[in-house]
Design a protein around this ligand. Structure first.
Ligand code: OMP
Length: 235
């Protein structure tokens, strides 16, 4: 039997009250919450645990710097107790390896977060890659960076649903695949370019999907999350 695809709600807001409100409203309807740079820069690290409480927390700060700075940055995040953390795979092999070492050294063995390497942002298409000097399709670049990240010590990858199959072909079942750029049928793409529905992502084999605005901007966020869970369960 295929493992269940789990749902992460991206709580993108500067407001502590709003984040708390969404977290409570979504209890029982999502498997984890994600807080990122918008919330953390506005409210600071202590507020992350205030919002998360006992919930599974994905802290998405997408670190990308020289190896020493990323390693020390990750060590500074240890008190937050996040279950998933992100770095950018394009920081290179030495940066990813330094991140791995920092997590192994600074986090208690039983509470080590899943280290995720972001491959190619879901807001980028082939043209945008060409503009930054990458002459490859998103799929080729995701597989290239995915392989680099996994051999350098990442536990998993962030990619769009379009790249799940090629990543599984190249790397097998080992990488934890976390997939944003998810849009239920009929919802707006916003700034996302490589999108798929929850059902498509589940059928492709995503371990987790990340959904922000289709839940948080819905008239009834709990209902929106419930509908996505039903879609995932029927995939
Ligand atoms: O690392 C991420 O979570 C991430 C990577 C990526 O390639 N694309 C992407 O959209 N995300 C995050 O996933 C969330 C998607 O939000 P919505 O577009 O509102 O569903 C945002 O919080 C993004 O920061």
């Amino acid at each position: 039997m295929m493992k269940r695809t789990r749902l992460i709600a991206a709580l993108d807001t500067q407001s502590l009250d709003q984040a708390r409100d969404w977290a409570e409203t979504l209890d029982g309807h999502v498997d984890a919450i994600k807080l990122g740079m918008e919330f953390t820069y506005a409210q600071g690290l202590k507020a992350l645990r205030d919002v998360a409480g006992q919930r599974t927390l994905f802290l998405d700060l997408k670190l990308h710097d020289i190896p020493n700075t990323v390693a020390k940055g990750l060590a500074s995040l240890a008190p937050v107790g996040a279950s998933l953390l992100t770095i950018h795979a394009s920081g290179g092999a030495a940066m990813i390896a330094a991140a791995r070492q920092a997590i192994d050294a600074a986090y208690p063995p039983l509470h080590r977060p899943i280290l995720l390497a972001v491959t190619v942002l879901t807001s980028l298409d082939e043209n945008a890659l060409h503009e930054i000097g990458v002459n490859a399709t998103p799929r080729e670049q995701v597989v290239r960076l995915g392989r680099l990240a996994m051999t350098s010590g990442a536990d998993g990858l962030v990619c769009s649903a379009e790249e799940i199959a090629p990543l599984r072909d190249a790397l097998g079942s080992a990488p934890v695949l976390v997939v944003p750029g998810i849009r239920p049928a009929g919802s707006e793409a916003n700034d996302q370019k490589r999108i798929m529905t929850p059902r498509q992502a589940a059928q492709a084999g995503a371990d987790w999907i990340v959904v922000g605005r289709p839940i948080t901007q819905a008239a009834d966020p709990a209902e929106a999350a419930k509908a996505i869970q039903i879609e995932l369960a029927s995939a």
